[in-house]
Design a binder for this molecule. Structure first.
Ligand code: PGA
Length: 264
């Protein structure tokens, strides 16, 4: 696992954008796995800037989002489809049909089939080359709440109390937050060829330390990242505050610079 500790949110976003942009240039038809939430917003605005000012070309890129609130149509301002259109897709030259987000309005009876097909579409696209991830206050990646199987696949999930409370900041009241979501599973995420895990702010420090340095447990589904051979973690100083191996991470990051090679 590469753990890069940077000064602030802005630097985290730029470093993450460097990794995404490098892939898009090297493999123009790459498959990106994308996340929503406050964490990757800066990454997306930096990618939009690089498209507009530097011509970063997304015309052949395919994207799959991690999750969507169940019950919200893509036109709802709090839906993740809406978020992605607003924060990224409308600002770059990606083809809308190449942007896949789970459909929050799929009828209950069709959910199983829909989720299976979502996974099949990922496989058909050649698998996800790079999956962007944030972490929830309860340690989730995507909406894999504590207790989710580490081999879970895309499915309907119930949101736990903390997530509903955390996300109520975007809704007029906590009662308006959807109680269910469609989410890629931990097993789905671990199949991506490379992971890019981002966290910022002191509020995340404790859960980040558990995820990166604690035992692998379904109680903190982000800890499953430790099972993946190619993970880059980018943290700002706040989110890195409770890590115990900081001097090692800094040493390894300096070594990377010297030898010009990523040390996973
Ligand atoms: P946040 O959410 O980026 O808004 O903190 C992260 C998450 O819940 O995965």
């Amino acid at each position: 696992m590469r753990v890069l500790i940077v000064k602030d949110y802005d630097e985290m976003s730029k470093k993450a954008a460097d990794i995404v942009a490098e892939l898009v240039k090297r493999k123009p038809n790459c498959v990106l796995g994308l996340a929503t939430g406050s964490t990757p917003e800066g990454l997306y605005s930096e990618l939009v800037r690089r498209h507009k000012e530097e011509g970063l070309d997304f015309s052949k890129v395919i994207t799959f989002n991690l999750d969507e609130y169940y019950g919200l149509p893509g036109t709802h301002p709090q839906s993740y489809r809406y978020f992605m259109n607003e924060k990224l897709f409308n600002g770059i030259n990606i083809r809308k049909e190449n942007t896949l987000v789970p459909d929050g309005k799929v009828p209950i009876k069709d959910i199983e089939k829909f989720c299976k097909e979502y996974e099949e579409k990922i496989k058909k696209a050649g698998g996800i080359d790079l999956q962007v991830l944030g972490i929830g206050g309860d340690g989730h990646i995507a909406f894999n709440e504590p207790g989710s199987s580490l081999s879970s696949r895309t499915r309907l999930v119930a949101l736990n109390e903390q997530t509903i409370k955390d996300n109520s900041r975007f809704f007029s009241s906590v009662d308006d937050v959807p109680k269910y979501a469609l989410s890629m599973g931990v097993g789905t995420i671990l199949e991506a060829k490379e992971l890019l895990f981002l966290a910022n702010g002191e509020k995340k420090a404790e859960v980040v330390a558990k995820a990166i340095e604690g035992p692998i447990t379904s109680s903190i589904t982000a800890s499953a990242l430790q099972l993946h051979p190619k993970v880059t973690v980018i943290l700002d100083e706040g989110a890195a505050k409770m890590l115990s191996r900081v001097s090692f991470y800094k040493f390894a990051a300096e070594a990377e610079e010297k030898i010009g090679m990523k040390l996973f």
